[in-house]
Design a protein around this ligand. Structure first.
Ligand code: AMP
Ligand code: FE
Ligand code: FE
Ligand code: ZN
Length: 314
């Protein structure tokens, strides 16, 4: 992960301000989004978002560019990541906010995941190439140099080759987890991922926790173990969440006074999700900032005061 001096926690504390609406989950072409980090922030601005986080999969390299873009537009920028994890046989995504980007353990784990992502993508392509005219060079052609490689890049290569029409069609067929071509991804256990983010001074939030419905929710005892490990809350506002499972999670949130976020999970042209389609309340953004000790947000300059600003002392 890159080291971004502007996010160091030792900056002088000051009266900080941010404005809603806040969208805290967006991807750039440093992972599997299609826009540059600066363009992601601009798109969010155009959709009315005023506080934004970049959460590329398993990397932080887009923070500098995204933060500069946000500040130039008078927005507040929260540095973030979407860390791959697993819970038993299930893949889980943990959003991490405002952690120290220099934290050795978290940096090393993210690097390990990225390395395995590349090897795993190569294995999937090898499997597919037995039946289709697709090679690794096709995937490289679809990804930004150094990007966190994922199935979306393989999907784009399949589209470019005319094997499928869209990313979604690829995910529903050749790239499905149930398909013979699929290969699992190395990822830390969920509890480890939560600890890594928390011990780096960040706030860990489970992304789209109800995406696989009530049947897919982990047992309450497991959730309580994660809370004991430092889990900060859940992304309950996400288009993939099932309503029945969200209801169950709301009860857990209330019982433990957790943070609730809502976000778009924007991927540019890669997904239909639009910036600002779900948002996080000012109160919850304030709680996130107050809970974190690893980094501080980048705020708009005093010369570009945001409207509807909420004062946050830290
Ligand atoms: P991977 O991490 O390589 O297993 O790929 C999963 C990623 O693909 C997730 O981060 C999703 O954002 C993305 N994804 C999943 N389904 C789709 C879809 N139907 N269309 C586009 N992207 C998707
Ligand atoms: Fe993604
Ligand atoms: Fe995700
Ligand atoms: Zn995401």
């Amino acid at each position: 992960m890159n080291s971004i001096p502007g996010f160091a926690r030792h900056q002088a504390p000051a009266l900080r301000r941010f404005a809603g609406p806040a969208d805290l989950h967006l991807h750039s072409n440093h992972s599997d989004g299609t826009d540059t980090p600066a363009d992601v922030i601009r798109r969010a601005y155009e959709h009315g978002v005023r506080t934004v986080a970049l959460t590329d999969h398993d990397r932080t390299s887009g923070w500098g560019e995204a933060g500069d873009s946000a500040v130039a537009l008078g927005m507040t920028f929260l540095p973030g990541i979407e860390l791959s994890a697993k819970h038993g046989p299930c893949t889980l995504h943990i959003l991490g906010y405002l952690f120290d980007p220099e934290n050795r353990a978290l940096r090393d784990e993210a690097a390990r995941i990225r390395l395995d992502r590349k090897r795993r993508a190569e294995r999937i392509v090898r499997n597919i190439s037995k039946d289709y005219d697709l090679g690794w060079a096709d995937v490289v052609a679809q990804s930004n140099p150094g990007a966190t490689v994922g199935r979306p890049h393989i999907a784009d290569a399949l589209v470019a080759r005319g094997i499928v029409q869209t990313r979604s069609e690829a995910f529903e067929s050749i790239l499905a987890e149930t398909h013979q071509y699929y290969e699992a991804l190395y990822a830390p256990e969920t509890e480890t991922a939560v600890r890594l983010i928390t011990e780096a001074g960040g706030v860990a939030i489970i992304a789209h926790p109800a995406a696989s419905g009530a049947d897919g929710l982990m047992p309450t005892a497991d959730i309580e173990r994660l809370i004991a490990a430092g889990l900060g809350g859940f992304e309950l506002g996400h288009r993939d969440n099932a309503a029945d499972a969200v209801q169950r999670l709301r009860r857990i949130v209330a019982a433990h006074d957790l943070i609730v976020t809502g976000s778009s999970d924007y991927h540019g042209r890669g997904k239909p999700n639009r910036p600002g389609e779900n948002t996080t309340t000012d109160e919850m953004v304030s709680r996130l900032i107050a809970r974190a000790s690893g980094a501080i947000p980048r705020y708009p300059r005093a010369s570009t005061p945001p409207t509807d600003a909420t004062a946050v002392m830290q």
